[in-house]
Design a protein around this ligand. Sequence first.
Ligand code: FNR
Length: 401
Amino acid sequence: MMNPSNLPDAGAPRRRLYGGNDPARAQGIAELRAMAARRLPNFCLEYLEGGADDELTLARNRRALDDILLLPRTLVDVSQRALSVPLFGTDSALPAVIAPTGFNGLLTHAGDRVLAEAALAAGIPFCQSMVSTVALEEIAATGVRHWMQIYPFKDRDNLAAIVRRAEQAGSEAIVLTTDASVFGNREWDRRNYRAPLKLTPRNLVDVALHPRWVMDVLVPHGMPRFRNLGDFLPPGMDSAKNAAAFLAGQMDTSLTWDDVRRLRDLWPRKLLVKGVLLPEDAVRAQEAGADGVVVSNHGGRQLDGAPAPIETLAAVRAAVGAEMTVIVDSGFRRGSDFVKARALGADAVMSGRATLYGLAAAGAVGAARALEILRSEMERTLGLIGCAQMCAVDARFVGRG
Ligand code: FNR
């Protein structure tokens, strides 16, 4: 018989997260997150999870999604459900793209390649960060739909060189991130180091307490190196320590829409501007020749106090019209969140931490599990709202309490 003292208070969530390490048994992204927290040392977990300042925007990203209601239609034939959506004229198996996240090699060895292979298997594009730890040519060669994210570095010649490399490697899109030229205030990051990339003694002890991570990442390979900054850095200087110091001085805070126009002239394929939050900026991106925008607050890691992208998405869509590609991110953790984004006008969602939790929990198996969880949740949500096709989800299916 169940012991009543083990029951939560009436009304409290009756939830106990799975405490093991088998990703196949993780029931949701929250359980992969708990697994990742057990495997990673604190400084890596904070790097993965953290937001800026008081993390108000980080929390708002979730709250804003939670506050949207799904409005079901009943007695609709949902026996055959189709999750795919067109993205730049080619079908994507899910309305999802892996978001660019730097330093994935810190979570699992060759994390970028592992995530790209998971994206390939799931039939969705992979967007690689410019500050990634696997060469972009190696990722593009996996056959995944490869998008390359770039930051506006001062060294424009070498920025142009990266764009040329992406062109030669067959990348489908360049994603220019515009919301991080001024670096957000991530206090946890500074707290974890006593000098650039020198961990505090407390964190060193913590590393020793996480042998699975040490044996996967640190012992066989050493700290990962930045593999796409070779053009910027003198030979042999691509270690995390050298590059971190270099990167801090490289962000071009004088960037304007004219630079987007120049990039447009340089790059012949799809161009997206990432880090747009307001409709008027989305229109500026359109006027500058971009093919798409990513409505994003960088997962709450930059401007604390910014709105959640899901709150401005419908206005962005209304401002740019039906043709422009609109992608959204920040806070998406359930398949139902992706359905809400479609209802409010997004073509797709960039998945940041949701898939990183899988990667950090269990490498390739964990990344695949994260995508399978999201896929099955999307399929179930379509069934529950009475809409057989992801493409047919529209604003009638969402509301507010
Ligand atoms: C990021 N993000 C990011 N964005 C970008 O354009 N270039 C980058 O190198 C990174 N690096 C990065 C590292 C980590 C650990 C995180 C969590 C995020 C932002 C990322 O692309 C995306 O906008 C957010 O992750 C979306 O929010 P969620 O899904 O993580 O809540």
